[in-house]
Design a protein around this ligand. Structure first.
Ligand code: NAD
Length: 257
């Protein structure tokens, strides 16, 4: 079920958290992978690479800053030069920096939008050309409950980017559906990853524990909870799902009215 056999996937933010879990899941389902790593963050992409290899799949790691168009073109270009195709593109990389709005200057606003929103667009645009030629594709992006479904104070820039992904996904889905390409997003709730464990910019470990006990499912999410959603949306079985934002939050939004 939901086989990705003989498919090629490109994933950004693949060295940690949700991206790393999704890379492993896609490999187990039969996909070959091109993984974007961003070394300034110091995540161990070699562990992800080794897991993909152990699953018997081929993998290339490409150093990529998603705010750099040439980097993203080279990332997708690697899928084409090494594997001859790109079936799935998951634009997952993002930053979330806490900043009171009175102190949020142009530089930090623009940097966040450049990574979290335009970074998604760069991945989609690069993958659209080969997908259009092939007449098949799965474009996927990680949005958030924040911005898309709820407020996150002192994260106006991040929330604006995540809300922007919804408009991009819906409009693009209408445009490229006739070419056999679907476009979808996943909105994670609270997931235990480096982003959320950062107590300066997000909940931190204590905040995660506190949140977990109040959610309908009585836990916070793990990266594989999101990887499972991507596994379905990336598969040929999801060909009738497009322009959709899949909320994967353990029921968190139910408790917010
Ligand atoms: P994470 O911090 O582990 O992952 C973010 C990844 O993006 C990292 O691998 C990082 O190196 C990469 N990255 C950052 N800047 C980059 C750049 N300029 N170029 C390329 N890569 C860059 O945290 P995560 O939770 O796994 O985040 C994955 C996605 O999930 C993000 O889009 C995040 O906003 C979203 N999200 C997470 C949660 C959560 O609770 N963890 C909730 C909602 C949405």
């Amino acid at each position: 079920m939901f086989s990705l056999a003989n498919q090629v996937a490109v994933i950004t933010g693949a060295a940690s958290g949700i991206g790393a879990a999704t890379a492993k899941r896609f490999a187990s389902a039969g996909a070959d992978l091109v993984l974007a790593a961003y070394s300034p963050d110091g995540h161990d992409v070699d562990a992800v690479r080794a897991a993909v290899t152990r699953a018997g799949r081929r993998v290339h790691v490409v150093e990529t800053d998603v705010s750099d168009t040439a980097d993203v073109e080279a990332l997708v270009g690697t899928a084409l030069s090494e594997f001859g195709r790109v079936d799935i593109a998951l634009a997952n990389a993002a930053i979330a920096r806490r900043k009171a709005s009175t102190a949020l200057g142009d530089e930090e606003w623009n940097r966040t939008l450049d990574i979290d929103l335009t970074g998604v667009w760069r991945v989609f645009r690069a993958a659209l050309r080969p997908m259009t030629e092939a007449g098949y594709g799965r474009l996927l992006a990680t949005t958030s409950t924040a911005g898309a479904f709820e407020a996150w104070e002192e994260h106006a820039h991040y929330s604006a980017a995540k809300a922007g992904i919804l408009g991009m996904v819906r409009s693009l889905a209408a445009e490229v559906g006739p070419r056999g390409i679907t476009v979808n997003a996943v909105a994670p709730g609270i997931i235990t990853t480096p982003q959320t464990l950062d107590s300066v910019n997000s909940l931190g470990a204590d905040g995660i524990a506190h949140t977990g006990v109040s959610q309908p499912v009585r836990r916070v999410g793990q990266p594989d909870d999101i990887a499972a959603a991507y596994h379905y949306l990336a598969s040929p079985d999801a060909s009738f799902v497009t322009g959709h934002v899949l909320l994967v939050d353990g029921g968190r939004m139910l408790m917010r009215g």
